[in-house]
Every structure is written in C-alpha cells, then in structure tokens.
Design a protein. Sequence first.
Length: 133
Amino acid sequence: AIKDAEMQIKDGDANSATWVDLARVYRWDDKLEKAIVTLDDGLKAIEVGHVDDANLAALYYNRGCYRALLFTEGTSEIEKKKSLEDLERFFEHTEDPVHEAKIIFEDEDWKALADDSGFQEVVGNRLFFHMKT
C-alpha cells in the first residue's frame, strides 16, 4: 500500500484520499511525524494545483488529529495549538459541522484535548451556533 501510494504521488496521480490513506498507514505504524509531513505535502500539492479533488477537510482533520496524538505523547504546547488550528480549518471546509463536531467529541484520538478550553471552544461552538440557527 505504501509503495503504491508513493508511486501515485511521484507520478502526479494522487488525490486527497491517497495522501490521507498514506498518512493513516504511517499513523498506525507509530510514525506520527511522518504522517503529518505526508499531509503537509498533500496540502501543498493542492495549493499548487497538483491534486484535483481538494478534500481539504479530510487533510486538515487527520493532520490535526495526529498533532493531538503527538501532544498526548508529551510534545510541546505548539502541537496542541497547531492541532486546534487544523480543527478550525477542518470546520471551514466540512459540509456538516454539527455532525462532525459530534463525531470529534467521540473520537478517541482527540481525547487528550477533550478537557482543553480551546478544544471545547472550537468544537463546542459548532454545536451551539448551528443548533441555534
């Protein structure tokens, strides 16, 4: 799977799912930094027009998630801040913020940030704002 995805990327045949799937493989192989760099590369490819189906929500969600996991492993507050920034960007690009916010609250990967006021603000605001409208 890794070699196929890397070949698709090298040949310019990758789509958003290719980047996300490759990052997931790295994540499950405990290579969180490599997973984050992979998603960074996917976002850069979209910016320069090398990827047609710009599923930015998936890229931002997964990168934020992996940064939250890095924060769990004891890295600096910078990872937490970046994770919350990715979460904000995710919500900017998702079609159903209320549904996604509910899923995020149940996602084990976000558990380390669940009690964080910044996390609660980013995710909780989506639920509160959209339920009032």
